[in-house]
Ligand binder design. Structure first.
Ligand code: ZN
Length: 157
């Protein structure tokens, strides 16, 4: 095993043992979305607080494997404070990296932590473990935006 593989493994284990933004957002206005990956048994709950088109807070509780938990932890760190458009771009880029079989997707320096998950592509069954938090985030952002649209409609009345 190469030095780089060791570093990647260490990054994944670090996020697995100390997941960032772990827990719940205690605010009834927060968006709550659940994600399940039956193939592996991963389950997670994503809490999202979007204000003025920006991700103000994101929290996760995950009962999953190391890949799932680490991927969610990295995602929460990278997306916190981002605008919805920026978050969607990052989500799409990560999904492309994990799913694209031909071209090697190049990540910007800002996202270099995610390189640790690139090796998961060698194990097709585990790709879903890595993608679950991100797919749940897409759903969360959509429903947060719908909620915001509803609020706007109400203020206009
Ligand atoms: Zn898993």
């Amino acid at each position: 095993m190469s030095l780089t593989d060791d570093l990647y493994r260490e990054t994944i284990l670090d996020h697995y043992h100390n997941p960032r933004n772990h827990g719940a957002i205690e605010d009834s206005a927060a968006t709550v979305v659940e994600g399940v990956n039956p193939l592996c048994g991963d389950e997670l709950t994503l809490y999202l607080s979007v204000k003025d088109d920006t991700i103000e807070d994101v929290k996760l509780t995950a009962k999953g494997c190391s890949i799932n938990t680490a991927s969610g932890s990295m995602m929460s760190e990278l997306l916190l404070g981002k605008t919805v458009a920026e978050a969607n771009t990052i989500v799409e880029l990560f999904k492309k990296m994990m799913l694209d079989k031909k071209e090697e997707v190049i990540l910007p320096d800002e996202l270099e932590d995610l390189e640790a998950l690139r090796g998961v592509k060698k194990y097709p069954v585990r790709i879903k473990c890595a993608l679950l938090p991100w797919n749940t985030m897409i759903e969360g952002l959509e429903s947060a935006l719908k909620g915001a649209a509803k609020d706007n409609a109400q203020t206009q009345v």
